[in-house]
Design a protein around this ligand. Sequence first.
Ligand code: 2SA
Length: 480
Amino acid sequence: MKLTDISPAIALTPLDGRYHKQTAPLVEYMSEPALNRERMRVEVEWMILLANGFEGNGNQTIVPGVKPLTDDEQAYLRSIPENFGAEGIAQHAAYEAKTHHDVKAVEYYIDDQLEKAADVLGHDTQLTGLKTLVHFACTSEDINNLSIARCVKNGVEQVWLPAAQAIVDHLAQKADAYRDKAMLSLTHGQPATPTTLGKELAVYVYRLNRQLNKVKAQEYLGKINGATGTFGAHLAACPDVDWVAVSREFVTNRMGLTWNPLTTQIESHDWQAELYGTISHTNRILHNLCVDVWMYISRGVFAQVPVKGATGSSTMPHKVNPIRFENAEANLEISCSLLDTLSATLVESRWQRDLTDSTTQRNIGSALGYSLLALNNLMGGLNSIHPNDVVIQAELDSNWEVLGEPIQTAMRACELAGLPGMDKPYEKVKELMRGHEISKDDVERFIDQQAFDEATAARLKALAPATYTGVASKLVDFDR
Ligand SMILES: O=C(O)C[C@H](Nc1ncnc2c1ncn2[C@@H]1O[C@H](COP(=O)(O)O)[C@@H](O)[C@H]1O)C(=O)O
């Protein structure tokens, strides 16, 4: 049997196949039908504005000859995108097969619905004769840029951001819970000044929050100004209208976007580069987290809760593999590469327009989808780990040499305060600590051999790797 003969169609990409359940929430905003539905919303809102005006023009009809639309007529127009389902998708596709122009196909689809308006609203409705108002003075990009901005805004705000925020909230909870849990640090992979597990997670919370705040404050720009951004056709048709004001009203108040007054045919997509840059940066921070946690698991600092009935390795029965983190790592990389390509390429267009952005923008959903998939897996992974106190304590107990730093620093302070016999602190401690295995007794003996005052000696002797964590636990409070 040929796989291509199977219905419903088998997906080529994992986002719509194996991982469909996890990425499905984005379909509502980022799929092709979602874009066409949004295009219809833009087209009908434009008709309503042109027919009924707005506060700024005294609610006067903008295009002479068109009567204000009744509430029922407006509701009918708004029902067109809301009723766009499987049948509508097929109808639109049939028009596109003829026109080879996706936005023109949307226009014809709306025309069809206007023809049916009399069945619902009676023969008095002017909608059946309003086909020429559909897409009035618009170029396709007027409709596309507004639709895409609204799709992306919704996809980010309704789906991606909540998933990313859930990770940050989860990490913040863990940071709080483990704020006092001392842990050996490794710099360059070598034992170093201890920290706390909570503080290390709080570093991620802080980093991620900075990026998410940027995403939350992101501007989504839109334009509606005609074929080359001059309102040429608008003025030729209706010379007495303040089209700049109409355009600003539409983008700002009807579309809920930031008005871009100055464009070529296309909205310049700079906001998209900014947004994808921030999401890509967020992905990279999450990637860093995945790798860190993976290595903590490998070291034994985090233990994983085995899933009942699940297989770790097909051949080594003892294993619980950190596969959620590995999956997240890989999908973050794919998401970054797509986002980086989008950011880099969308900001360029030849003269007043080329169409390279069109097919490129069809991949925004995939770029966010891979990130969403990663967030999902990361959450699964984070939910399945807990600190392994035995390993954490054993690491601290077997690395007393990390106390070399506080002892030599205290010696410097004593020397600066005028205490005799405190010279060459770094060298003396290095002599004792470097390359040797150091025990608690070695450290105590060394402290006794120095001319510390009583209070300093007692303070240093009270230190252990597990208590040499500075104010790490308090620093966790800075993560929010
Ligand atoms: O308002 C216009 O259409 C003006 C026209 N520019 C265009 N602006 C927006 N869309 C256009 C344009 N041209 C084509 N198309 C249609 O875009 C679709 C491209 O398909 P794909 O490459 O799959 O993304 C595909 O459906 C194309 O038919 C111009 O001449 O400046």
